[in-house]
Unconditional design. Structure first.
Length: 483
């Protein structure tokens, strides 16, 4: 796939013969087709549908300060509802192929760091508060200004780092790579398969899926990623029916007995905006909100830049189209996630699977969001795709995003080193935010060391200072008595 930037959002007349839908979403103008948008929307949904299973597991397995747990069925409904509504809003309002759902990592912070200090209502209230503060940053122009102040080389490094990150996610989710248990007494953190070798039918499904996907991409077959996901899901269903398989992980490829399930909206609206201040110290609350904002802020920044770059939608100066609206919708998604008790919702890097399938506009979001809406009632049917069938798409898209590495100037240390750290830290720490932070801090330091401090935008100085606090949050909490 070409990553050459196209003038996607420069003023121009509507294409001849374009219908109202085409004109509204600028489908032809962005060199896409309705078929590509539909395929892309399907691919994005199937690569991120796991959140319908994983988010309830993470949040439902934790207890709040008073020993209460959230209901799994209600969590599934809330997760699907927020993903459906906010993904469609992003498509219509932001016109980017960028889906949203409960953020992984953020939900773990809510479940295992925040909830034990307060009630679930109070914890979700903090998510709403975090989202509102992010919206304030957008309205004041600060969030967009920070994104525009980032040098082009770092934006490219962010895209490459995200490519490696999502490929690593694919390998881990499929069981191709696994963490070596600490009891093994080894300094090697990960290994091939679960025992140092590849074993089991599920891993075979993944390997075959990777080969099928890259083969179809090399042949430039339309719908390559989606064809691979559907084909390997069918293969997985057949294998599961004839082989004795201990586990597929989160999703078992088995045709369900009941296709329709009733949604339960019992958690929607259960949050307390300022209740947390009565459960723990104000310093602790402030630090928790700060951590949430910083993680959400820069995860979204990296995702938006990476997806837009891969889709060829950045302008000549590396700017994202409709950036202000995109960021405001993302902030509103955090509010919606907290208000529905499904944790903070954010932009999903798995949207890259849809871009790899040809998505270039927000129309694909109507497909992805529509499937999440269907999932409110058809969860048993729509969640039969195992991770082993969907993960090859992440590996393939990781390769496509990696190709942008050629645009980075590796001969200049003040650019090359921050770019390298951005790229390396993302997969090695399993965090987009950490990679961006490492890149920003090293960029500011190297510019200063080389006597070029005046070339650094003042917003990058401020952002680097925030990341310094972010990385040093533990000693700061100890100094302030919050731990």
């Amino acid at each position: 796939m070409s990553v050459t930037q196209r003038p996607a959002d420069r003023p121009s007349g509507p294409p001849p013969g374009a219908n109202s839908v085409d004109r509204f979403f600028r489908i032809t103008e962005r060199e896409s087709t309705l078929g590509r948008e539909i395929r892309g929307g399907l691919a994005t949904f199937f690569t991120m549908a796991y959140i319908l299973v994983l988010n309830p597991i993470i949040l439902g397995s934790a207890k709040d300060k008073f020993g209460h747990q959230l209901d799994a069925v209600q969590l599934t409904t809330a997760t699907a509802l927020v993903a459906a509504v906010m993904t469609i809003i992003m498509g219509v309002g932001g016109n980017l192929p960028l889906a949203l759902a409960a953020g992984l990592g953020l939900n773990a912070v809510v479940a295992f760091q925040i909830a034990p200090l307060m009630s679930w209502d109070d914890a979700m209230g903090l998510i709403v508060l975090e989202g509102l503060l992010i919206c304030v940053l957008v309205v004041t122009g600060l969030r967009e200004a920070v994104m525009r102040a980032i040098p082009q080389s770092l934006k490219q490094a962010i895209s490459v780092g995200i490519g490696l990150f999502i490929a690593f996610i694919g390998f881990v989710d499929a069981g191709f790579v696994s963490r070596i248990p600490d009891v093994a007494g080894t300094t090697v953190p990960v290994q091939l398969g679960s025992t140092g070798t590849l074993t089991g039918w599920p891993v075979l499904v993944f390997c075959l899926g990777v080969l099928l996907t890259i083969g179809l991409l090399a042949r430039k077959v339309k719908g390559a990623i989606l064809i691979s996901i559907v084909t390997m899901t069918v293969v997985a269903i057949v294998i599961d029916s004839v082989a004795d398989i201990k586990t597929w992980g989160l999703t078992t490829p088995k045709i369900p007995d009941d296709v329709v399930a009733s949604p339960d909206f019992g958690l929607v609206g259960h949050f307390s905006l300022f209740g947390a201040f009565g459960q723990t110290s104000a310093i602790t609350v402030v630090l928790l909100v700060f951590t949430l904002i910083l993680s959400d802020f820069f995860d979204t920044m990296g995702t938006v830049v990476g997806i837009s770059a891969e889709a060829g939608l950045l302008d000549d100066q590396g700017r994202v189209p409709n950036l202000g609206r995109v960021l405001l919708i993302d902030g509103a998604a955090a509010v919606a996630g907290g208000a529905a008790s499904s944790s903070s919702a954010t932009s999903y890097i798995e949207s890259a699977a849809g871009v790899g399938e040809g998505s270039r506009t927000g129309f694909s979001n109507l497909v992805t969001g529509g499937l999440f809406a269907l999932a409110l009632f058809l969860t048993p049917l729509l969640t039969i795709v195992p991770l082993q069938a969907a993960a090859p798409a992440l590996v393939a898209v990781g390769f496509l995003m990696m190709t942008q590495v050629k645009n980075i100037d590796w001969d200049r240390y003040e650019i090359a080193v921050p770019a390298f750290l951005t790229i390396a830290v993302m997969p090695f720490t399993y965090s987009i935010t950490n990679g961006i932070g490492a890149g920003f801090l090293s960029y500011v330091v190297l510019k200063t060391v080389l006597g070029k401090a005046k070339d650094v935008h003042w917003l990058l100085w401020g952002t680097a200072a925030l990341f310094l606090v972010y990385f040093a949050i533990d000693p700061i909490e100890q100094i302030l008595g919050a731990k």
